[in-house]
Design a protein around this ligand. Structure first.
Ligand SMILES: *Cc1c(COP(=O)(O)O)cnc(C)c1O
Length: 419
C-alpha cells in the first residue's frame, strides 16, 4: 500500500457524496452528459486570490500565468481579479484577446516566432525578451508595423529557487538573458526608442519551502536593484516571478503565504534607491488554480490480477497526465483521490486506479487504500485545476476529450460555463 497526497481542505471533511461548489458530483456529471470531466470551482480561485491579496504588501500586482489552465471561461472569470495575464504563445494571445480584452498582458517564453511577436506588439502586449536576437527581431517588427514595442527583459539569474520542482535559474538556460548581459541589452532597447517595461525574473516553480521562496524574492529584489543601478533607469515593473507550489503528494504542506507576504513587506520597506518608484508583481499559475479542479472518471471494470485489484476507469493520462506521474516528476507518487460516492468512509480496500490507455504508464493511483468501489462508481482526482488537460496528450489513442465545467462563480453562483 502506498500513501496518497492530501485531499484539499475544501473537500477533505466531506461525508457521503462528494460536493463541488455546493452540488453533488453526480449533478455535474449529468450536466456534462457523461464522464470523464473536469469541474473547476471558481469560488476556490477567488478565495485564493483574496487570501494572496491580503497576505502581500499593498501595491504588489498579481499576474495569472495562463498556461496553467487556459480554459477560456476561467480566463474570463479570473481576468478582473488580477492585474495582468502572462502568456507563452500566440495561441494564448488569441485566447486572452477573446476572453479578456483590455487586460494587461505580458508574453514570455523562448522561440517566439515573428508572427507571434507581430501580433503581440500590435496588441500592445509587453514582450518579456529571452535573448538579444529576440530583442533585435522585436525592435525590427515594431519599426515595420509602426508601433513602439513594449519590451521587458527576462533575466536568467545566477541563483535558483531551492526545492523547486522545476528549476529555471542558476545555470545555462534557454530562458532569459544572463544577468551580466542585461544592462547592455536594456541600454540597446532604450537607445532604439522602444518602451522599456522593466525586468522579469523567474527562478523556479512548484516550491513548497516558504523560506526558499522568501530567500528567492530577496535575491530577486537585490538583483533587480543592482541591474537598475547599472542601467541608470528605474525599471517601470519588476516581475518577481512566482514559484509558489501546492501540495500534491504525501507529506506535502501548503506554502505559508502570510509569512511570504510579511517578508516581502519588510523587503519592500528597505528597497535599494535604484528601485524607487518601480511597480512590482508576482506571477502565479498553479497556486491560483490547481486546487479548484477535480477530475471525475467512472470505473468501467474491476479486475484482480495476481492478487491485486485494479479499478479500470474511462479516464487516464490523456486527460490528466500529471496524476500519472509523467509530467515533471522524477519519482511517481500518488495524487489525492477518492471514491466520489463514499467520502469519509473507511478506506480499507487496496486498489490501483488505471486509465483506459494501452500503456502501463496510465496509472492514476498506485496501490492506494480506498473505500470499496464498484463498476459505475466515480473516482475523483483532486488538484486537477492546473497543468491538467492542457498538459496532457489528449490526442493519444483517439478517445473523446473530456468536458470542462467552470462553476461556483461567487457573483453568479448558478452560472455554468462549459467547453
Ligand atoms: C509557467 C510559468 C509561470 C507559472 O508557474 P506556476 O508554477 O504555474 O506558478 C510563471 N511564469 C513563467 C515565466 C512561467 O513560464
Amino acid at each position: 500500500m502506498k500513501p496518497m497526497g492530501p485531499i484539499p481542505p475544501e473537500f477533505s471533511a466531506q461525508i457521503g457524496s462528494l460536493t463541488i461548489a455546493g452540488k453533488n458530483a453526480t449533478h455535474w456529471i449529468d450536466i456534462a452528459g457523461d464522464t470523464p470531466l473536469f469541474v473547476y470551482d471558481f469560488g476556490i480561485v477567488a478565495g485564493r486570490i483574496a487570501q494572496l491579496r491580503a497576505a502581500l504588501p499593498g501595491g504588489i500586482g498579481i499576474h495569472y500565468a495562463v498556461k496553467a489552465n487556459p480554459f477560456a471561461p476561467l480566463i474570463r472569470a479570473i481576468a478582473p481579479l488580477v492585474d495582468g495575464l502572462d502568456i507563452a504563445s500566440g495561441g494564448e494571445l488569441r485566447l486572452v484577446n477573446a476572453a479578456a480584452p483590455g487586460t494587461p498582458v505580458s508574453f514570455a517564453g523562448p522561440g517566439k516566432r515573428d508572427d507571434e511577436l507581430t501580433a503581440a506588439i500590435g496588441a500592445g502586449v509587453t514582450i518579456n525578451l529571452e535573448s538579444e536576437g529576440e530583442t533585435r527581431r522585436a525592435l525590427a517588427i515594431g519599426e515595420r508595423i509602426g508601433v513602439t514595442p513594449k519590451l521587458a527583459v527576462r533575466v536568467n539569474p545566477a541563483f535558483e529557487l531551492r526545492g523547486s520542482g522545476m528549476r529555471m535559474g542558476g545555470r545555462a538556460s534557454p530562458f532569459g538573458v544572463d544577468s551580466a548581459a542585461v544592462p547592455a541589452l536594456v541600454r540597446m532597447i532604450l537607445a532604439a526608442g522602444a518602451s522599456w517595461r522593466g525586468l522579469h525574473i523567474f527562478a523556479g516553480s512548484q516550491a513548497l519551502d516558504s523560506a526558499a521562496i522568501i530567500d528567492m524574492q530577496a535575491q530577486t529584489l537585490a538583483l533587480a536593484g543592482m541591474l537598475a543601478e547599472e542601467i541608470g533607469v528605474v525599471p517601470p515593473l519588476v516581475n518577481l516571478g512566482g514559484g509558489f507550489g501546492i501540495p500534491y503528494f504525501p507529506g506535502d504542506t501548503p506554502v505559508d503565504v502570510a509569512a511570504i507576504g510579511a517578508a516581502l513587506g519588510d523587503a519592500m520597506a528597505s528597497l535599494p534607491g535604484s528601485l524607487t518608484g518601480a511597480d512590482f508583481a508576482v506571477e502565479l499559475g498553479r497556486w491560483l488554480v490547481g486546487p479548484c479542479g477535480v477530475y471525475l472518471t467512472r470505473v468501467i471494470d474491476r479486475k484482480i490480477s495476481r492478487g491485486e485489484t485494479f479499478l479500470v476507469t474511462d479516464g487516464g493520462l490523456h486527460h490528466q497526465l500529471a496524476a500519472s506521474g509523467n509530467f515533471g516528476t522524477v519519482v511517481r507518487r500518488n495524487y489525492p483521490v477518492a471514491v466520489a460516492s463514499r467520502m469519509g468512509e473507511a478506506a480499507d480496500e487496496p486498489v490501483t486506479v488505471v486509465g483506459c490507455l494501452c500503456t502501463p504508464l496510465d496509472r492514476l493511483a498506485d496501490q492506494v487504500a480506498l473505500p470499496p468501489a464498484a463498476v459505475g462508481d466515480v473516482i475523483a482526482i483532486f488538484m486537477a485545476g492546473a497543468y491538467g488537460l492542457t498538459a496532457s496528450p489528449v490526442g493519444f489513442l483517439g478517445h473523446a476529450p473530456p468536458t470542462e465545467l467552470l462553476v461556483g462563480l461567487p457573483d453568479n453562483p448558478n452560472a455554468i460555463f462549459t467547453s
